[in-house]
Design a protein around this ligand. Structure first.
Ligand code: EPZ
Length: 427
């Protein structure tokens, strides 16, 4: 397994290109199942999960071809076409490796009137149930059966009728599955307390470009009037607001000055507000967002929440940034039940973090000391990179396959702004 080695102490200075958003790409790709015409996605990030999703689409009968990048994009162009579905089954051996595979459930149900998808199971940050996905689809008329670790969904008569569902808690994935199921329903589907993340807006905008009728995009109430068919489209994946926020934290902890090229301030207001609370200079530029810092980060008090609140996907990275700050910072993780796996690893580098249930108190220390550490999940891995960039001495991050799921060309991007970082391939 590869390892990333960092020798800390370099201030990050320069421009960091922000790739297409992983969590947008993973909900845009299954849209190719909804039509027999080609869907061309631009600015796709080069990530393990995107490649994995492409393989899953291939298994369902969707052909995918990767072209080069457009000059204005960092990501690649992929054209996906499902002339006819050859399967409506997403098998366990794929779904267990990539939870986002569950996002083929809605599109398969919409296109073929049936879908058999393995239950994804839990992961490092929580047990990740999918009950809300299933309840929303049932509200639209689907018949759902759970057997031998699989979900079998059927639309009576081959097509969902329509209906109304109010989410008891906000769920990004359940909203995405429900919207993708609804676009080809016979009637109208209404979702209340729907997720409002920018990635959902990206999904809805892509579906509208394919001919879907969706009202309330960007709000918590989505009204989808089903149509008989969708056509192909070309759509550009939004910039990754979590990648951008992650590099912003790296700039702050190293007292650097970076421009996040391609980042959109309007999609990450809570992150930018938290960076300003920590004392960073944050300003829009003509091609992105500049983040600069001198001195140590001020204490922050942050509680994760659904968008537009502070993103749970930014919690670990901000915590790493706070470890060298002044005073005590307070984090509350309200979305996932086990999202502090980075804490014991950060402690190995000399951080002072006390976790009690969903809350963590981070007391700034004078310095961090590089150490061998273990990545446990995607965002936890990034918190270790961020701490390593500022630690005295060498940090070796192991199990970097977690990182490769969500951060494209990480070491190249950081080397380009002055970090002393390299990947050691273990063969
Ligand atoms: C998406 O996961 C993201 N993944 C996650 O990013 C992100 O952390 C999460 O949304 C929250 O923003 C992708 O987009 C591929 P949820 P998702 O359904 O859809 C509970 C990363 O690091 N819940 O919004 O799985 C659930 O347990 C990843 O990029 C149910 O109870 O998240 C959690 O407590 C990690 N029943 C809460 O809702 C359900 O049916 C929010 O989960 C579904 C969810």
């Amino acid at each position: 397994m590869d390892q990333i080695v960092i020798r800390g102490g370099q201030r990050l200075k320069g421009r960091i290109p922000i790739s297409g958003a992983k969590n947008a790409a993973l909900t845009l790709l299954p849209c190719a199942l909804l039509t027999d015409e080609p869907l061309t996605l631009r600015n796709l990030p080069r990530l393990a999960d995107v490649d994995g999703f492409g393989h899953l689409l291939n298994q369902l009968g969707c052909s995918t071809t990767i072209e080069g990048s457009r000059p204005e994009d960092f990501g690649r162009v992929m054209t996906a076409r499902t002339t006819t579905l050859t399967s409506t089954v997403a098998p366990y051996d794929i779904v267990r490796k990539m939870r986002a595979s569950i996002l083929v459930l809605g599109p398969l149900l919409a296109r073929a009137g049936e879908a058999t998808v393995s239950l994804p199971g839990g992961c490092a940050i929580g047990n990740r149930p999918i009950d809300l996905h299933l309840k929303a689809l049932e509200a639209f008329g689907a018949e759902i059966e759970l057997a031998s670790g699989y979900v079998k969904a059927v639309a009576p008569g081959g097509r969902l009728a329509g209906g109304k569902f109010t989410f008891p808690v906000v769920s990004v994935g359940a909203t995405e599955n429900a919207v993708m199921a609804a676009v080809l329903a016979k009637g109208t589907c209404v979702l209340e307390n729907a997720a409002r993340e920018p990635e959902i807006v990206d999904l809805c905008n892509c579906l509208v470009a394919m001919g879907a009728h969706i009202d309330g995009i960007g709000t918590e109430t989505l009204t989808i009037e089903g149509v008989d068919r969708l056509h192909g489209a070309t759509y550009r994946v939004m910039a990754d607001r979590i990648e951008a926020g992650s590099y912003a934290c790296a700039a702050v902890i190293t007292e650097g000055d970076v421009e996040l090229v391609g980042a959109k301030a309007g999609e990450m207001e809570a992150t930018l507000a938290a960076l300003r609370e920590a004392g960073a200079t944050v300003e829009g530029t003509k091609s992105g967002i500049r983040v600069a810092m001198s001195g140590r980060a001020q204490p922050v008090t942050l509680s994760t929440a659904p968008y537009p609140g502070f993103a749970t996907d930014m919690q670990a990275q901000f915590m790493a940034m706070a470890t060298l700050g002044t005073g005590a910072s307070l984090f509350t993780e309200t979305i996932f039940e086990n999202r502090y796996m980075h804490v014991p690893e950060l402690a190995r580098m000399g951080c002072d973090i006390q976790v009690k249930g969903r809350t963590a108190v981070v007391r700034g220390v004078d310095h961090l000391v590089g150490a061998p550490v273990m990545a446990t999940d995607l965002r936890a891995s990034m918190s270790l990179i961020i701490a390593g960039l500022a630690a005295q001495g060498q940090t070796e991050v192991n199990r970097v396959y977690h990182l490769d799921r969500g951060y494209e060309r990480l070491e190249e991007k950081l080397q380009a702004v002055g970090a002393d970082i390299e990947r050691i391939s273990a063969g």
